[in-house]
Design a protein. Structure first.
Length: 110
């Protein structure tokens, strides 16, 4: 984690190159099937580098993405970490924008 913090610090100090801008997002890609391990990863990475969003893969399995509800409750003192994309398969087209309304509807429909 210390090396990751250092990388973030160095990127933040780098002058903007011509035509480029500094990164505004700090995203973490996690496996939605890992359950409590995914929660621990999000907690650790957020504490170390301040996550601005998540991409959660493998939500097509038996876990049904219940980890998303737990992740939403991790930050009690500030807004939850937004989930931008979810992976529901192995193809590139299976990476979809996350919609909380659609997710809950699909979860409760089962």
């Amino acid at each position: 984690m210390d090396e990751l913090k250092k990388v973030k610090r160095v990127i933040g100090k780098a002058p903007a190159l011509s035509g480029t801008v500094q990164p505004r997002e700090v995203l973490l890609v996690i496996d939605g099937n890992t359950g409590q391990n995914a929660i621990a990863q999000v907690r650790a990475f957020d504490a170390a580098i301040g996550l601005t969003g998540l991409i959660v893969t493998k939500l097509d399995g038996t876990a049904k993405g219940g980890v998303l509800a737990a992740i939403a409750l991790l930050r009690r003192d500030r807004p939850p970490i937004p989930i931008y994309f979810i992976g529901i398969g192995e193809a590139l087209d299976d990476l979809q924008r996350f919609s909380a309304v659609q997710f809950v509807s699909a979860l409760l429909a089962v």
